[in-house]
Design a protein around this ligand. Structure first.
Ligand code: SF4
Ligand code: SF4
Length: 282
């Protein structure tokens, strides 16, 4: 079972939910796919260790063979190649590693070379296997790191995936192939607006989903009313509770100090399993 935790914007409690849910389940894997700013480890009190580099294949042009026909630069939709009168320039940081220029070159003048764009790290915390991806500074290929990260999902285990915020490419790369998506929000005007954007994405991708309201009690009842009207499962409401906020500020997952929440998360997981088993999409 692969469950992504997403939200239309940052700061809604996505990471809190991911970490607490993963800790409440036994034998789970937790993946921090917010590869530009991973922060699950702050709540796990661990020092993840390097597991592997993530590389992207970028072209190298053999100037002896190149006829300067320009077909490669015309083909490259990412503007990573520029055919000048005297040579072809390569801009590695723009290259998406699609391999198209190697295939299209009529002279066989393009070969590919791996270039590091980030890393995958791992830690084991009690029963929990934790993985995170880190995109190197200045790199743009977050989806490649996310794919490399998700290659470590083990069949038969429950994978909890902390998604990047927003609704752009890294989020799509994170949530595609998921069995279920939990959308976390706050019942405020901004939270509601961004939730609806996230709902549009998961509906278009036909991923079953449900909503968790974080800091419930802040704002109004607009999210609850909307979910009711749209037939969207409201999975859990985490109250705007002083004790939860204090534990958060100390980097302590609240399931550790408030065991009743472990049970609530497990019940939510069972609800999700039933929804997936019934093929339910909201
Ligand atoms: S397609 Fe090949 S031959 Fe043509 S400009 Fe590019 S590298 Fe040179
Ligand atoms: S591999 Fe793809 S993205 Fe990279 S330079 Fe070649 S055509 Fe462009």
């Amino acid at each position: 079972m692969k469950i992504a935790i997403a939200s239309g914007k940052g700061g809604t409690g996505k990471t809190t939910l991911s970490v607490n849910l993963a800790l409440a389940l036994s034998d789970a894997q937790l993946f921090d796919c917010d590869v530009e700013e991973p922060n699950c480890s702050l709540f796990l009190d661990c020092e993840p260790k390097l597991l592997e580099d993530v590389n992207c294949l970028v072209p190298i042009i053999d100037s002896e063979k190149c006829s300067l026909c320009g077909q490669c630069s015309e083909f490259c939709r990412y503007n990573a190649l520029a055919a000048l009168p005297s040579k072809v320039m390569v801009f590695p940081s723009l290259c998406h590693g699609c391999g198209g220029c190697t295939l299209i070159c009529p002279e066989g003048a393009v070969r590919e070379e791996p270039r590091r764009i980030g890393i995958i790290e791992k830690a084991v915390v009690s029963e929990l296997e934790f993985y995170r991806g880190l995109l190197d500074i200045g790199e743009v290929m977050a989806p490649s790191i996310i794919k490399a990260l998700q290659a470590h999902i083990e069949e038969g285990k429950t994978a909890i995936i902390d998604s990047p915020p927003g609704t752009a490419c890294p989020v799509i790369a994170t949530v595609e192939n998921m069995d279920y998506c939990i959308l976390v929000t706050e019942s405020t005007p901004f939270g509601f607006h961004d939730l609806k954007l996230a709902i549009d994405v998961v509906r278009q991708m036909k991923i079953p989903f449900g909503v968790v309201i974080n800091r419930h009690g802040l704002g109004d009842a607009r999210v609850e009313k909307y979910c009711l009207a749209e037939g969207i499962p409201l999975l859990l409401m985490i109250p705007n509770d002083r004790r939860i906020a204090k534990l958060y500020s100390e980097g302590i997952p609240f399931v550790k100090e408030m065991p009743e929440w472990k049970e609530r998360f497990r019940e939510m997981f069972e609800t999700i399993k039933n929804q997936v088993d019934q093929g339910g999409s909201a």
